[in-house]
Design a protein. Structure first.
Ligand SMILES: *[C@@H]1O[C@H](CO)[C@@H](O)[C@H](O)[C@H]1NC(C)=O
Ligand SMILES: *[C@@H]1O[C@H](CO)[C@@H](O)[C@H](O)[C@H]1NC(C)=O
Ligand SMILES: *[C@@H]1O[C@H](CO)[C@@H](O)[C@H](O)[C@H]1NC(C)=O
Ligand SMILES: *[C@@H]1O[C@H](CO)[C@@H](O)[C@H](O)[C@H]1NC(C)=O
Ligand SMILES: *[C@@H]1O[C@H](CO)[C@@H](O)[C@H](O)[C@H]1NC(C)=O
Ligand SMILES: *[C@@H]1O[C@H](CO)[C@@H](O)[C@H](O)[C@H]1NC(C)=O
Ligand SMILES: *[C@@H]1O[C@H](CO)[C@@H](O)[C@H](O)[C@H]1NC(C)=O
Length: 593
């Protein structure tokens, strides 16, 4: 008995072990929709070749792609990164895959979906910064969303593990294990934050695999030579998305030339994207530190003006204060009509009005995000992390449209190629969407929607009644025309019926009441004619005329009300979309400045 139980324990340990040899699996977009990068870690060397097995069916992972392995050894951290580029995939197709090697076994099977081709595809994203291994508030909700296949791509705008290098890299291992639930199923795109700066961002570079040459792919070069985890860009549906490093401006101890290198790359990339607006009308940039800040306690941010001068206006290269400011990003992004800028760093959610050089550039006062004249800045750095929340400046600037301290993340949906919907979820409120709805207005919208629905239902009922009337009509016509009194009663009832309906569809809302009033205004003359007819004695012809007249009135009333209801609906939809942070963007011509 003793032997058996020890053996059983050993077997169990072995099987658990074997399953976890290949771990921390995460995806990144390949060159285009026909590729996917799979990256994973082993904490030990693997003696035989590592590869990805994949295929269209869970049971038939018949295709194989080899992985390239790099050994990372840096101040106590010691692990192996395996990277594999899957190619020749069909767009918009679900693939199953697992990673591993013959001798050491394979991971569990995951699935991902490749992107659709071209600019007509309407993708959905999750975007956030500042997640961390401790207090990783958003992970359970992201996992839920991903299981429902809600996203095509997830963007993490810096500050990953707090920090990847800590505990000899164990913090990094733990974070990457945690995010695997999400990142092994959806491409997980990144740029660095200040918490990745340790050792010139080496831990960060050892973990991620962002392809940098999508516009001119070097298909024959080894994957490792094609990566740049600091700045890179991609086309997804109607958007060109750029992820870049704000950290070059802070960690100049690692070199000044990378500020210039990135700036020139950004300019070329923006130029290219801008000339491709017909296919991809949106340009979205993502970085870690916002140009305009909302929170206290950041010495890099001017507490008076709430700007981060060196990314916004530029930097004195080599700390030479006699030299002009260079490589400021606000002018560059404005020049090429960047539509939205997403940032993290501040542990909060904040959305600014369209803004350039401290000037509000709203589309209009009522709908600031419809055809704005400048970029919209959004800070979404509240996914979790052990440093907890930031504190807002006590008096937000006039261009701060909305701000919240809840933990959560941003969802971006393309409604069509020119409309984006933004939502902010709150982890604190179990994933409830807290933004961009103005709750008061929202309640009013909901009440109005209910009213309109009721109005419509009443009308539809009256239409059914009208149909019955038509049936009756034929029967009534059979009745002896001399039976006037009973016919008179019939019409009295009908008139009463109309009046009843009329009062039942009277709405409390003044505007709609007005509408109903106007609606009947035209009919007053016809109604009195109707009454005259009833009071008089009439022939069968009069009777028919009366019925037809009545039906016409009913129908006209019905049509008019329906039309008005449609208009009310459209108006409400507009209001609703505006309240949800709906944006219509046609900010795609080079502005003069
Ligand atoms: C998978 O393998 C099959 C059979 O060899 C091949 O026809 C197909 O092109 C492969 N698919 C990919 C995506 O490599
Ligand atoms: C830091 O890394 C970058 C590449 O990401 C490199 O260009 C730079 O020279 C490095 N700096 C130092 C000080 O090693
Ligand atoms: C930005 O605003 C400042 C202060 O109002 C002004 O001096 C500067 O010329 C403006 N820059 C541009 C590019 O318009
Ligand atoms: C929300 O809407 C209400 C009513 O429309 C308005 O009074 C209030 O100022 C709005 N709040 C914000 C934060 O916009
Ligand atoms: C008059 O109409 C009523 C109700 O439709 C009916 O009950 C009655 O029999 C009719 N009388 C004559 C004389 O046709
Ligand atoms: C209508 O006809 C009835 C009898 O058929 C008669 O009693 C009544 O006076 C007439 N009314 C008028 C306004 O002519
Ligand atoms: C009511 O609308 C229907 C369908 O749009 C149309 O055919 C009909 O002529 C309209 N009736 C009146 C009285 O306006």
């Amino acid at each position: 008995m003793k032997y058996i139980s020890i053996l059983a324990v050993c077997l169990l340990a072995l099987s658990v072990n074997a399953k976890n040899v290949h771990e921390q699996i995460h995806l990144a977009l390949g060159t285009d929709e026909t590729e996917m990068v799979v990256t994973w870690t082993t904490v030990h060397a693997i003696s035989d070749a590592c590869h990805v097995e994949f295929g269209l069916h869970h049971e038939k992972l018949t295709n194989t792609t080899k992985a390239a392995t790099t050994h990372f050894k840096h101040d106590g951290a010691n692990f192996y990164t395996h990277r594999s580029l899957l190619t020749g995939l069909k767009p918009a197709t679900k693939y199953f895959y697992r990673v591993g090697s013959k001798h050491t076994g394979f991971s569990t099977v995951y699935a991902f979906k490749t992107l659709q081709k071209g600019g007509k595809f309407l993708p959905k994203f999750a975007i956030y910064g500042d997640l961390g291994y401790q207090n990783e508030q958003s992970i359970p909700y992201l996992k839920q969303d991903v299981e429902k296949e809600m996203y095509d791509v997830i963007f993490h705008v810096g500050d990953m593990a707090y920090d990847l290098h800590e505990r000899h890299g164990e913090q990094g291992n733990d974070f990457m294990r945690s995010i695997e639930k999400v990142a092994a199923r959806v491409p997980y795109m990144t740029c660095p934050g200040n918490h990745e700066n340790h050792g010139n961002f080496t831990h960060y570079d050892a973990r991620f695999s962002m392809i940098s040459d999508r516009h001119a792919p070097q298909h024959n070069a080894p994957l490792a030579h094609r990566l740049n985890n600091h700045f890179h860009s991609m086309d997804v549906g109607p958007a060109h998305i750029i992820m870049f490093s704000t950290e070059f401006y802070t960690y100049t101890k690692y070199g000044w030339d990378q500020i210039a290198r990135q700036y020139h790359w950004l300019e070329q990339d923006l130029k290219r994207a801008h000339s491709n607006r017909a296919e991809r009308p949106w340009i979205i940039v993502m970085g870690h530190k916002p140009m305009y800040c909302l929170g206290k306690g950041d010495h890099e941010c001017n507490q008076e003006t709430t700007e981060r001068p060196f990314t916004r206006r530029g930097i004195h290269m080599h700390k030479d204060t006699n030299s002009p400011l260079k490589y400021g990003l606000e002018d560059l992004f404005y020049k090429y009509g960047v539509d939205i800028q997403f940032y993290g760093h501040e542990h909060l959610y904040g959305r600014l009005l369209p803004l350039y050089n401290f000037t509000i550039m709203s589309g209009s006062k009522e709908a600031p995000y419809t055809d704005p004249k400048g970029p919209v800045h959004i800070v979404t750095g509240s996914a979790g992390n052990r440093e907890i929340h930031s504190h807002f400046f006590p008096h937000p600037k006039s261009f701060v449209m909305d701000h919240h301290l809840d933990y959560g993340y941003t969802r971006l949906t393309f409604v069509d190629t020119h409309h984006i919907r933004l939502e902010q979820t709150s982890d604190d409120k179990s994933s409830l969407i807290i933004v961009d709805a103005n709750k008061t207005t929202w309640k009013q919208i909901e009440a109005k929607k209910a009213e309109i629905l009721k109005h419509e239902q009443n009308l539809i009922q009256s239409n059914i009644h009208q149909y019955e009337l038509q049936q009756l009509d034929e029967n009534e016509l059979m009745i002896d025309q001399r039976n006037i009194s009973s016919k008179s009663k019939f019409f009295d009832d009908e008139i009463a019926n109309i009046n009843n309906q009329e009062s039942s569809i009277q709405l409390e809302d003044a505007k709609l009441q007005n509408l109903v009033h106007n609606l009947f205004f035209d009919e007053v003359a016809e109604k009195s004619y109707l009454e005259q007819l009833i009071n008089a004695n009439y022939s069968l012809n009069h009777f028919r005329e009366l019925i037809i007249k009545k039906q016409l009135i009913e129908m006209k009333r019905y049509n008019k009300s329906m039309e008005k209801i449609e208009n009310e609906r459209k108006y409400l939809q507009k209001l609703e979309l505006k309240e949800k942070g709906f944006m219509k963007m046609l900010f795609n011509t080079i502005p003069k400045y």
